[in-house]
Design a protein. Structure first.
Length: 230
């Protein structure tokens, strides 16, 4: 993992971050001045549990997992970060150390946005503060939804919901979903063992509800899968 001195248009990328919507060019330029590019190879650790944050991250391209290791040595994936997503804001504001580690799942390019630059803009623009609060509240909503899913939904229901996550109601008759990363990482994200995850995929496949081809999963009838075990 290393910093880059010259490269992409940082200001243009920051302007497309939802948290920064509504900021003018001068405000974006000030934040860009406190932003640096980081190139990470697959497997690189961006930060460890216990590290002190000096800002937060925007993933320009690639893929990052947030995870922690249990005292028994097992790993639990908390989130899988995709292109255009930010992470690390909440811990940055709390003045606490990271409670998870971040690792690149693929060759990635990130922006690190300094805490100092953000605090300066918060002092200057109350509207920016409201946007940051709204963004953090959405993260909390997703976390509560995850806990609800782990507590109330079966493994089968969690997997079906994950496969249909980005499909709107109806969704057409048949579609193909490409898993963003390997099954082990996704299983951990859904609070399942890899064996349990694979067993459920096999059961759904035997029922003709899905066809598994590596990371590509074909769903012949979206509504039939949606209604299964509901």
């Amino acid at each position: 993992m290393h910093s880059i001195q010259h490269g992409i248009n940082i200001e243009a990328l920051l302007a497309h971050v939802p948290l920064f919507n509504g900021l003018d060019k001068e405000e974006i330029a000030r934040i860009a001045h406190g932003t640096r590019e980081i190139a990470a190879s697959r497997g690189d650790i961006l930060f460890h549990k216990g590290d002190t944050p000096t800002g937060f991250f925007l993933l320009v391209y690639g893929q990052v997992k947030l995870a922690f290791t249990s005292p028994q040595g097992g790993k639990k994936v908390v989130d899988i970060i995709g292109q255009g997503q930010t992470f690390g804001e909440a811990v940055m504001f709390a003045d606490r150390s990271f409670v998870v580690y971040a690792q690149a799942l693929a060759d990635s390019l990130l922006l690190h946005i300094s805490k100092t630059a953000i605090l300066d803009e918060l002092d200057a623009d109350p509207k920016f503060g409201r946007k940051m609060i709204a963004g953090l509240s959405m993260r909390l909503h997703h976390l509560v939804r995850d806990v609800e899913s782990y507590s109330l939904c079966s493994g089968r229901q969690r997997i079906i919901a994950y496969l249909l996550l980005d499909i709107s109601g109806g969704g057409g008759k048949g579609i193909t979903v490409t898993l963003p990363t390997n099954k082990g990482v996704i299983a951990s994200r859904l609070n399942l063992t890899q064996e349990h995850f694979s067993r459920i995929l096999h059961e759904l496949s035997e029922k003709g509800l899905i066809v598994v081809e590596g990371r590509r999963i074909h769903i012949p009838d979206v509504e039939k899968l949606r209604m299964h075990d509901s």
